[in-house]
Design a binder for this molecule. Sequence first.
Ligand code: GSH
Length: 495
Amino acid sequence: QQYLLTNIKDWSIAHGLAVRPAPSFVSQAQDPSGVLATTAPITLFPSLFPRSCFEQGLAIQNAYNELYSAIARDEEWLKGIVEELIHVDDFVERLWNVHLEVKKEGYVQDLSLGLFRSDYMVHSDQSSHSLGIKQVEFNTIASSFGGLSSRVSSMHRHLLYIDAYPSSSSSIIKADALRQSKATSSLALGLAAAHSAYGSSRTGLPLCVLFVVQDPERNVFDQRHLQYALLEESGVHAFRLPFHQTLSDTKADLDRNLLYTPPSSPSTTYEVTTIYFRAGYSPDDHPREEDWTARVHLERSRAIKCPSILTQLAGCKKVQQVLATPHSPHLRRFLPDETLASRVLETFAPIYPLDESKAGQEARNLATNPDSACKYVLKPQREGGGNNIYRKAIPNFLKGLPQTHWPAYILMEMIEPPPLRNAILRNGEVQRGGVISELGVYGVCLWRKGSGESDKGEVLQNWEAGYLLRTKGDQSEEGGVAAGFGAVDSCCLVD
Ligand code: GSH
């Protein structure tokens, strides 16, 4: 095992399957500047995943891209959703206010980019004895780990073919069972598509993409892989800038072109074509009033946003709940194609509002009763992990919250996938045992927003962009890698 671990650790650093070390680890090392990378949380082996479920997730991604692009273009509909949340969720209210403020002046950019990720778990249907996927959530902002997902599949391939089974490289696992994720290239191509759709420079300055990031950020290499692929595969320059510096370090000219002078080349100013947010999804990113000023400053600029404020708001859990409501007309509004809509519908788990409606009252009964609550998860509108309340903790949590604030949450039936075994390497330690995996499918979508009733806009680019498998110990409810729970994994497909 020692040999295996040393090999994995070396391979991960050699290939950038890495994160910045946790601060506690750095202080132990005495010399913070010398410790730049450590192995990302990963599984030692690929996890088994049903091939039909994997194919189902990939095949449906274009429909999901279409759906969320249509929602983001439908301001009136989103307003209805937001209005139900505004009195109970300050963060949603502030995001909506950013939109209103820019709208007053008028938007100057009608293109939007989505780098989405739809997350699923395998669900076994007791009545039909069949396996299918159920959606955990749909991420519209900062969908992470695409860069590392491509590397972890290579690492697993390397171990299984070269190390573990040197003399029988192809007989143990069929070559196409270990599925390589194309997410790095495919997401970078999405950014390149937005960059080129922006058109030529209006200022005569060179063009660039700007990654707006958190500071400090441990998941730097995941972002770097996209940045480097963008340069190496499409010739597009990109820079990383912490969100809290965007107000001081970028300028909008009178035509609202966004200008940035990177400290690495102080004599060159760039015109920003695309702002890629890897920050801004959490209230913690906006501790000061000026962070909201920064948000307006970026949103009103001519740069294409990934995502726009309205696209970010489309990621509210309330939207997922409304779409998943049986017999609701909402899904059809955005996905008129009946076959596509029914395939999307198949992937929804039961989700209920916690409002005053009849369904809401029933859900309140389920959530406050400890016997029934243990089958559910309570979710606020946030993305980013670490925000949910699980099972037995729900009744007490709700007791501590004024009932007027309950509609800020949705109640979702837990998906209970079959547990598997694997070993997780996190912070230098290996944990073996039962695990649960979650499949994420990336999607790239570039669209033009319409100008009104007769022009609803159009999707210009739409593709499925690779996958991410994340695996957590079966004792943990939370699975987020960035939030400190899950590990990056790859699929070994089984028939
Ligand atoms: N700031 C980090 C980054 O840019 O990589 C984390 C961003 C983040 O938490 N993204 C969420 C995600 O994809 C969506 S908003 N999380 C996956 C995970 O942590 O497992």
